[in-house]
Design a binder for this molecule. Structure first.
Ligand code: NAP
Length: 682
């Protein structure tokens, strides 16, 4: 039979996945051939990498979930969780496949009795039915909310694939219990390795509902087998760096370099490890180093052209459950910001481990790698590499926009879609220290200049003026309420101790109906209680999105598990002298948008920043102001900007950020200005 792999030309956000109860052959009708679905290559449009708290790095489905998340095929059920054991509905499965297919336009509304026209699944259901991938039940229903059994899921994928030929017999012990209509599909999936991870002691359990982790695995294996295009292509410069004290890791590194057509670099210790050094539990050198997280064995030589590499495969043995400390030395020897690092390790008994080294290259894009046994074959390494979601070579424009696309910024609409589903502009006006008529005029001037994001706070004492300016702008026909995104904040102490009262007071002072986003201004002993109160206001429709300010990694780690709604935004101090390069990707990886306060350094510091030779030199080269360069640098890092100003010329200037683009070199020059110099205490 002919192949008709659907194109995966777009990676799109996906929600959950499939499950449904048993159904008959009639419910999954035969597919007619020749429906015009073309074979096409998988293209990778990377999503921000998310570390899911419920997906251990060594879980059998971790690699597949990582791949599906990065390619936008599946996302978490929350910002931090994937729910690999949960099931998913037929409508969700239709949505996944529709999106995998590039979200082709659909003109027909679904004809099923239980499918709502205009709903989130409407197009996908129509598309799946029209292409005979998933059809409805006999009574006219689609089974929108029904789960999917494993044999149904495999059959649906087989239809998506164009009903390829099956194989002889499926290598599963319960093949006899596979429904007749599913047998070809199950044989095909089995022969193509798509069922790997979905069998338990060779049982396939065809009538059991499929789980999200299994779905990720199924799709990952299908896409890896059928597109086979995940290796970096010519132009993506790849380095395979490895440390091998006993020659166990070396052959794998050599295979990888050969498969990837990459450069090979051996990390050679200045002082080689002797057998005695390596003997475990003798208090020998390796034991001591692994017990001391600050140990940094010196490396002989270095990679002089590290800047040339986009992707680094990093091979090492596992010593006492961790990478050898010389790997830490290697990572700390270079600026690996923006590079993709793919660890691979060898061990006889320990599992995969990279947790102790990831923080040493915080600006890198870490892909979860794999542990191999010694003596692993070339073909196993090749299969692994082919299944990786590696970045494709970037064009100059791609390189500049990669950080912004990681943050989800849309430079056409000048906005970002928050995890709450609401759209927020990526440049706005900060109103700290603006009061009275100055504040009203600044906000109205900003609105007249096209600014659609206003940041205020209870602590600024100007919510009434901000609200007045917005109401006046509405009355004057400059904006409608829906056009502007207003952020306000409640303060620690008595405000957070009495959150309902404080939140309502903000709403009353602003007097603009709802508030687009309410933020906790600082961590406080009552912050969880205050946030939970804000969650209730969200439920009541008085607040649309929630955020935090002055929350860093540790604070987020302890706060997030205590709340239900993941914050949509974190607002922290960020400017060229205080860059937060370790915190920004951490927050973004949680699916949370980062917003910078004091983008120009804050009052009292702006002259120094605007006069900085590097910044003013770049400004001159582009014919723009230093302020515009700094604001653009923020945007290209995926950071929303809210410069404060009462000067209409400055306010307008601060909106003109989209007619020029900083090059990689210019971005690197500004990145190099970081002094870890905070301009306020919090
Ligand atoms: P900022 O934006 O870094 O700097 C504001 C200063 O820059 C003002 O003196 C302004 O003067 C000047 N300026 C603005 N645009 C300019 C331009 N194009 N050319 C030259 N000078 C320019 O500091 P900020 O306003 O204090 O911070 C920004 C916002 O972040 C605040 O307004 C507030 O909304 C928020 N914030 C939040 C926190 C928090 O804890 N969450 C803390 C601090 C601030 P002119 O008025 O003369 O233009």
């Amino acid at each position: 039979m002919k192949k008709r792999f659907l194109s995966f030309s777009m990676a799109v956000c996906m929600v959950c996945l499939l499950t449904m109860t048993s159904c008959t052959a009639a419910e999954i009708p035969a597919v007619s051939s020749g429906n015009g679905l073309d074979s096409a290559k998988l293209t990778s449009e990377s999503q921000p990498t998310v570390t899911f708290s419920d997906v251990p790095a060594d879980a059998w489905y971790a690699e597949a979930i990582n791949y599906c998340q990065q390619h936008g095929i599946m996302s978490g059920t929350t910002a931090a969780a994937f729910a690999p054991e949960a099931t998913l509905t037929r409508a969700m499965l239709a949505t996944v496949l529709h999106r995998m297919s590039g979200t082709p336009a659909v003109s027909d509304a679904p004809v099923f009795t239980d499918a709502v026209a205009g709903s989130w699944y409407s197009d996908a259901v129509s598309w799946a039915a029209k292409n005979s991938i998933i059809s409805g039940y006999g009574g006219g229903a689609f089974g929108v909310d029904d789960p999917t059994t494993r044999e149904q899921a495999v059959t649906i994928l087989w239809r998506y694939a164009g009903e390829p030929e099956g194989a002889a017999a499926a290598d599963i012990s319960d093949a006899a219990s596979v429904s007749t209509w599913a047998q070809t599909a199950v044989r095909w999936a089995n022969a193509n390795g798509i069922l790997e991870g979905m069998t338990n002691n060779s049982r396939f359990d065809p009538k059991t509902n499929i789980k999200r982790g299994e779905v990720a695995s199924m799709l990952f294996r299908f896409l890896s087998k059928t597109t086979g295009q995940q290796q970096p292509t010519a132009g993506s410069k790849t380095l395979v760096a490895y440390f091998s004290a006993t020659n166990t890791t070396r052959p794998l590194a050599e295979y990888a370099a050969d498969i990837l057509n990459a450069d090979l670099y051996e990390i050679v210790p200045e002082v080689p490890y002797t057998d005695a050094d390596l003997a475990y539990y003798t208090s020998g050198r390796a034991d001591r180093e692994q017990n001391d997280s600050s140990a940094r064995p010196a490396i002989s030589g270095s990679v002089e052209n590290m800047a040339d590499y986009d992707v680094i495969f990093l091979g090492y043995p596992i010593w006492h459950g961790q990478p050898p400390r010389i790997i830490s030395t290697f990572l700390e020897s270079y600026d690996l910001t923006g590079k993709t690092i793919v660890p691979f390790c060898t061990s006889h008994s320990s599992g995969y481990s990279d947790s102790s080294i990831k923080s040493l290259a915080p600006g890198a894009n870490w892909i979860t790698g794999r542990r191999f046994a010694g003596g692993t074959s070339r073909s196993t390494v090749e299969e692994w590499i082919n299944g990786l979601a590696l970045p494709q070579p970037e064009t100059a424009v791609d390189a500049v926009t990669s950080a912004t696309s990681k943050a989800g910024f849309n430079f056409e609409t000048k906005s970002v879609t928050l995890n709450s589903g609401y759209e927020m502009p990526i440049n706005g006006l900060g109103t700290y220290s603006l009061h009275g008529e100055t504040c009203v005029n600044a906000v109205k001037s900003a609105l007249a200049s096209g600014v659609r994001l206003i940041d205020t706070a209870s602590a600024y004492g100007n919510e009434e003026e901000v609200g007045q300016a917005i109401r006046e702008a509405i009355d004057e026909g400059i904006i409608e309420r829906e056009d502007v995104f207003v952020i306000t904040k409640i303060y620690p102490g008595s405000e957070m101790a009495n959150p309902e009262q404080s939140i309502q007071a903000c709403l009353d002072r602003l007097d603009i109906g709802y508030v687009d986003m309410m933020v906790l201004h600082h961590p406080d002993r009552n912050d969880v209680k205050a946030y939970q109160a804000m969650e209730k206001f969200v439920e009541e429709g008085k607040i649309r999105s929630l955020g935090l300010s002055n929350w860093y990694v540790e604070e987020l780690e302890s706060f997030l598990p205590q709340v239900t709604v993941t914050p949509a935004l974190v607002q922290n101090e960020i400017h060229p002298y205080y860059q937060e390069n370790d915190v920004i990707p951490y927050i973004q990886d949680l699916g949370i948008v980062v917003q910078g306060w004091y983008p120009l350094g804050g009052r009292g510091h702006t002259a120094e920043l605007l006069g900085d030779e590097v910044i003013s030199g770049i400004a001159k080269a582009h014919g723009v102001s230093s302020a515009q360069v700094i604001l653009r640098w923020n945007l290209q890092k995926g950071v929303v900007v809210i410069p404060g100003s009462s000067n209409p010329d400055h306010i307008k200037e601060n909106t003109e950020l989209y007619g020029f683009e900083l090059t990689d070199t210019e971005m690197a020059q500004i990145n190099a200005l970081d002094r870890n110099e905070k301009h306020d205490w919090y």
